[in-house]
Design a binder for this molecule. Structure first.
Ligand code: DGJ
Length: 691
């Protein structure tokens, strides 16, 4: 419940360590007052009493101070809301009132027939502020050109630094940090999905380190095209505006009686450095976003790198038997089990088992896998179709396309128009039937191309398909989860092309990257961990040399310890692993199961980043700690530096389960732990237990 001033015009939301305050003036200007350490209502009132700066006509006194800048009036900053209707553009709202309760706040405004509500929520025991906006049209039709979820305002500081996660296929979520110079930095996706190129997250700091200093972070929960604009304004303030859609050319129209709710844009202030911010984001996602996050994810085997499209029931049975012997808990048959899918040219859209490959359907293999003590999973890519498929031959008009234009193919596939009700119903009916036809426990949901010809002939406002596609995807996942509560879902998009808070609220884990090289992975995982927890970060051990990306050879030890930093999986061709390799792999799987609760549910400390020769992470849960360390290359015969641990009790003693040595907590924190790594691509796991 927010603190509210007596005049009902100032509100303060507070979490365990932070507060967020806003104020509405007598002129109905909604001003941002504070986002940072905890303050009292009296502090917020003192801030509200400060006069707005008096400016020459070339600056606006509202710019950089408003909570949700709308288009029009005395403003020059990027508007968060831009609507057009009744022959005019822009918004001039009047304040109508507020509702407060349950850690939340709603501020209501009206412009003619358009009701605009700003929503705020701080879920219990977190400093994350969730913000979103709803539009409810009670008047004549309006076109919503842009409706961002929120604008975040940061205080005046001399300099600001921006952190972002960027990449491409096979190289997702790499961390970049740069000074924020005056003007705007825009990140986003124009691709119809979250994208490999940018994760919808930014962080701003002035001089934070991994464990100290203020960090502001914002993360958007949207799996379609999106945009986050970070502006450094002339008076050294920063505003971050973000939401669905990649430009301002139109999101949707709202007819009389129609409503639209934006996705959530979540913000977090933290003064524990980048590490503290990540731990707070992780806890928030485990407690409030990811379904069933208290339950640890199983060790899986996935057939993709082992067999590609060339699959058969017999070969999958052989792999399953080897996987089960290693202690694998979930066996997933990837692409190639359905329709005429013997390569990437055909079959997408036809979600029935290929009769040559699975003459009895998926049931016999699923039951065999269950008989081996594992759960059974399958790969699907429901939003896509190959032109060479029964589905496309029957419904060529079901794909996104522009009338009279070429239909661009990527990976020989087109995108189904999920904004169409008939397409949505078809997918629901097919997937529901598939999940009912065999004992399937897990669905890997892939998405392997971006939107290009996002048209919808005959629809009066085809532009809406960008937003409606994502809403349809979410509705389909929600409906399937409700109808098949025992089935877990993985979000995949050619690796990490669809990782965001929106998809994470309806999937159990995500495929981090198609790059399974264990060294490259350390940097990808380092970036991923800035925002998302190990509990959702799938990582596989594959063959060496790495066949997918770079032919780098690495030991089974290095591959396992790299993948053990997240949800461990195996993706190699087990039928070609030697007896010794299989025995060693079984030992690693056993070890992973022991450390799994600490990795998947513990607090993460990044001890050393992956750029140097030695990198390491540590997880702490209750009395247990786990350190994973990797040495890329030893130079000049020098011993690797000791790792200064974090998150331990300095007054306690800890036993190392690998060596039996007993360490003082204070010594580990201040002098560090030596891990005996040497040579190239070496790795170690160290378990510590408080005595
Ligand atoms: C892309 C995924 O990232 C891979 O893991 C695999 O599932 C292929 N698609 C299958 O086509």
């Amino acid at each position: 419940m927010p603190d509210i001033s007596e005049d009902g015009r100032t509100w303060v939301l507070s979490g365990p360590a932070s507060s967020y305050a806003v104020h509405i003036t007598e002129r109905d200007e909604l001003l941002h007052l504070h986002w940072g350490p905890r303050i009292a209502l009296a502090d917020a009132e003192a801030l509200a009493a400060r006069p707005l700066p008096d400016h020459w006509p070339f600056e606006s006194s509202l710019d950089g101070r408003e909570e949700y800048p709308v288009e029009g009036g005395p403003r020059f900053t990027r508007p968060a809301l831009s609507v057009r209707g009744a022959g005019r553009r822009g918004t001039e709202w009047v304040y109508e009132g507020h509702e407060a309760g349950d850690g939340g706040l709603r501020l209501r405004f009206r412009d003619g027939g358009l009701l605009i509500t700003l929503h705020y929520r701080m879920p219990p025991a977190t400093d994350v502020v969730e913000r979103w906006v709803s539009l409810d049209n009670r008047g004549p039709a309006v076109e919503v050109l842009r409706a961002d979820s929120a604008t975040w305002t940061l205080p005046e500081r001399d300099t600001w630094r921006l952190s972002q996660l960027h990449g491409r296929w096979g190289a997702e979520s790499r961390l970049a940090r740069s000074e924020l110079t005056p003007g705007e930095k825009v990140v986003g996706s124009r691709r119809g999905h979250t994208s490999h190129q940018h994760l919808p997250w930014v962080a701003l700091d002035t001089d934070a380190t991994e464990e100290r200093g203020e960090v502001y972070g914002c993360a958007l929960g949207w799996s379609g095209s999106w945009r986050i604009a970070v502006a450094r304004l002339p008076d050294a303030r920063v505003q971050i505006t973000g939401g669905a859609g990649h430009d301002d050319s139109g999101l949707l129209t709202l007819g009389p009686g129609e409503a639209y709710t934006t996705p959530v844009f979540a913000g977090l202030w933290n003064d524990g450095g980048f590490g503290g911010a990540s731990r707070a984001w992780h806890a928030y996602q485990r407690d409030h976003v990811v379904p069933d996050a208290g339950r640890d994810r199983p060790v899986l085997f996935n057939s993709w790198e082992a067999t590609g499209f060339d699959i058969s029931e017999e070969q999958q049975r052989a792999l399953a038997e080897r996987a089960a012997a290693l202690g694998v808990e979930l066996f997933v048959v990837d692409d190639g089990w359905f329709g005429a899918r013997t390569g990437d040219r055909a079959g997408l859209g036809d979600w029935t088992p290929n009769p040559d490959r699975f003459p009895g359907g998926l049931g016999p293999l699923a039951r065999h896998v269950h008989g081996l003590g594992m759960r059974f999973g399958i790969w699907v890519e429901p939003e896509m179709v190959n032109p060479d498929s029964e589905l496309y031959r029957a419904h060529p008009d079901w794909v996104q396309h522009q009338p009279g234009r070429k239909r661009t193919e990527f990976r020989n596939q087109l995108v189904l128009n999920l904004a169409r009700e008939d397409v949505r119903e078809y997918l629901w009916e097919r997937l529901d039937r598939l999940l009912s036809s065999a004992p399937v426990d897990y669905v890997k949901w892939d998405f392997n191309r971006c939107f290009t010809d996002a048209g919808w002939p005959d629809d009066p406002y085809p532009q809406r398909l960008w937003v409606d596609h994502v809403r349809a995807l979410y509705a389909l996942l929600d409906r399937l989860r409700a109808a098949h509560p025992g089935v877990a879902f993985e979000s995949c998009s050619g690796g990490g092309g669809r990782v965001d808070l929106g998809v994470l609220s309806r999937t159990d884990q995500v495929w981090t990257s198609d790059n399974t090289d264990p060294l490259d992975r350390l940097a990808i995982q380092h970036g991923f961990s800035q925002i998302h927890p190990a509990r959702v970060m799938a990582a596989w051990v594959t063959d060496s040399p790495n066949a997918m990306l770079n032919h780098r050879s690495s030991s089974l030890r290095f591959r396992f310890v790299s993948a053990m930093a997240g949800v461990l999986g195996i993706g190699g061709d087990l039928t070609r692993w030697t007896r010794e390799e299989l025995a060693e792999a079984g030992d690693w799987v056993r070890l992973y199961k022991e450390i799994r609760p600490v990795v998947q549910r513990g607090d993460l400390y990044r001890l050393r980043p992956p750029e140097g020769g030695l990198s390491a992470v540590q997880y702490v849960l209750g009395d247990e700690a786990v350190v994973l360390a990797w040495l890329q290359a030893q130079r000049y015969g020098e011993p690797v530096p000791a790792l200064r641990l974090r998150g331990l009790d300095p007054a306690a003693t800890y036993e190392c389960l690998e060596t039996g040595e007993v360490h003082r907590g204070g010594v580990l924190l201040h002098h560090g732990l030596r891990v005996g790594l040497c040579g190239d691509l070496d790795a170690a796991v160290v378990r510590l237990k408080r005595k």
